[in-house]
Design a protein around this ligand. Structure first.
Ligand SMILES: [Zn+2]
Length: 292
């Protein structure tokens, strides 16, 4: 991402100054300066946070199609890549799916939007009748298919027009979406009446963000373009037509070696593989769909 940041900074026509991506207001504060180029703005109307300026969407899409998007951790350490985090991600998703099951959200047909390498789809195997996903990266999609799930390469517009699911999950996705409300309405149209949509995203209102300030690892430039806390996430979900919106616990596991790397430490490999549970990184919520 470092290279891209440089090129974005030197190619001004790849940058745009967006209005609030939720309510279109131009009234904003700029509470976080992340780099010479980028700030995170707070909308003074609806309180959502968003990247300002941001890369134009066509330039961002090219980055997601690069195989290196998943391979390179931002620090350049091999074990901070997506694959390096596999055990921690699997542990996170295993617990997440159990939390869904406890609330009666499993069974039936599952769709995961932005399924990556299919770790969640795999952990959800015994909880759903049928599993499907979408994924922008063709390589990611191919690996996710290996879990036995049906996978469409691309965004939600790749779903078959009559595709309809009982449970639609998008975890660590909405913060990448340039226009979240139409995106969520599209998910709504692909969810059966009585089914649920579940969103999880970095929590800008969480204790970790408050503790770390601008060094919060989820301030990811240029790909995270919108940031939520529970209140702004629930408001978005209600605006899209979801009812009975509730918070869902989402403890996130991280490899100890990744956390150590953030502090410039190297651990013996026997310790580095341990997972550390961090409770306050991610906000998750679910809501119910009714088609009248
Ligand atoms: Zn707004």
């Amino acid at each position: 991402m470092t290279l891209l940041q440089t090129s974005a900074a030197t190619v001004p026509d790849q940058l745009e100054d967006p209005a609030c991506p939720i309510c279109q207001s131009e009234r904003r504060a700029l509470p976080f300066r992340l780099s010479e180029t980028y700030c995170v703005a707070r909308c003074l109307e609806c309180e959502v946070h968003y990247l300002y300026p941001r890369l134009v969407e066509s330039a961002m899409q090219l980055v997601y199609r690069e195989p290196s998007y998943y391979q390179g951790g931002e620090s350049g350490y091999a074990d901070t890549s997506y694959i390096g985090q596999e055990p921690a991600l699997r542990a996170t998703f295993k617990r997440f799916v159990r939390n869904l099951a406890k609330r009666g959200l499993c069974g039936g047909d599952l769709l995961e939007v932005g399924c990556g390498y299919g770790y969640l789809l795999d952990e959800a195997r015994s909880f759903f009748r049928h599993r499907a996903g979408t994924e922008f990266s063709p390589q990611g999609g191919e690996i996710a298919r290996g879990t036995g799930a049906e996978v469409w390469v691309g965004g939600v517009e790749q779903l078959p027009a009559d595709g309809s699911f009982d449970c639609v999950i998008a975890t660590q996705v909405i913060e990448h979406v340039y226009d979240p409300l139409p995106f969520l309405r599209r998910l709504f149209s692909h969810t059966k009446s009585g089914g649920h949509i579940i969103l999880a995203t970095p929590d800008i209102g969480g204790a970790l963000r408050k503790f770390m300030g601008r060094s919060w690892p989820s301030f990811k430039v240029p790909e995270h373009v919108v940031y939520f806390d529970f209140s702004s996430l629930a408001a978005l979900m209600q605006q899209a037509g979801l009812r009975e919106v509730r918070r869902l616990p989402y403890p996130h596991a991280f490899p100890l070696r990744l956390i150590a790397a953030k502090f410039g430490l190297t651990l013996p490999s026997s310790l580095g593989g341990l997972n550390v549970w961090v409770p306050a990184t991610t906000v998750a919520a679910y809501g119910k769909v009714f088609h009248d």
